[in-house]
Design a protein. Structure first.
Length: 259
């Protein structure tokens, strides 16, 4: 029985390093497999407790009790922190994600998302669209969660508008050493692409793998991440149009098809 020609998947034969674990990493790995790639999941960053663990616990207790109208989440790592604390979000509390990657992580972890910036996936972009998304309601009680190294741009902007903001440092970002075999495979040219999803990941890629062989494509999730990557000396080969897992993989597929 002739079933017609077998379609070759665009990423067949590609080994692609996925630098994040958790629900987001699992989803990206599944999407890569669907395109024919062999994902290598090697988390390169993790979170460590903040110096103000008591403050975070207090904020999450208030979150579960419905004391906030909104919570802002500015990274997928913040979602990991929420999951590790088994954080509950009250029914009436809405959630703003700074970008598609963060939104995807929230949804994968079972949370809802009410706002994602339509154009600029950044704290600045979220601020620009905040008034329209919240119908100009002031003041709102807002919980802003961020990393220790993140600038409090969103917090300061919301306060300036007139909202009641509780800013809490949710975590410290720390590098995670990858397995020696992964390092050896990258050095030997056995990994065809490395996904870079944040400036912190870029720093770890440069530190643990640099200098990279020319055959290992560095694929950044968006212009901001690409800028951060170049700032730490990392070569950037491909930049996704949007800050989403789908756009990141699509950018890699375009390169594969062009070859």
């Amino acid at each position: 029985m002739n079933t017609g020609p077998v379609q070759v998947k665009p990423l067949a034969g590609w080994r692609v390093l996925v630098p994040r674990g958790g629900p987001w990493g699992d989803q990206v790995a599944a999407k890569l497999r669907a395109k024919g790639a062999q994902p290598v999941v090697a988390p390169m960053i993790n979170f460590a407790p903040t110096d103000d663990a008591e403050g975070l616990d207090s904020a999450l207790t208030r979150l579960a009790a419905g004391e906030f109208d909104w919570m802002t989440v500015t990274s997928a790592t913040t979602v990991d922190v929420l999951v590790s604390h088994q954080a509950q979000v009250a029914d009436g509390t809405r959630i703003a994600a700074v970008g598609e990657t963060t939104a995807a992580a929230l949804l994968a972890a079972g949370y809802h998302v009410d706002i994602v910036p339509s154009e600029d996936n950044s704290a600045r972009g979220l601020l620009a669209e905040w008034e329209a998304a919240t119908h100009g309601e002031i003041p709102l009680r807002v919980l802003t969660l961020r990393s220790e190294i993140a600038k409090p741009l969103l917090t300061e902007g919301l306060k300036r508008i007139g909202h009641q903001v509780s800013s809490v440092v949710a975590y410290r970002t720390v590098g995670v050493p990858v397995a020696e075999k992964v390092v050896a495979d990258v050095a030997a040219g056995l990994v065809q692409a490395i996904l870079v999803t944040s400036g912190s990941v870029a720093a770890q890629v440069q530190e643990q793998f640099g200098p990279l062989p020319e055959c290992a494509l560095v694929v950044c999730i968006g212009p901001r991440t690409a800028k951060d990557a170049r700032a730490v000396g990392l070569r950037v080969d491909v930049v996704a149009d949007e800050r989403s897992a789908e756009s990141l993989i699509d950018a890699l597929v375009k390169v594969a098809l062009a070859r």
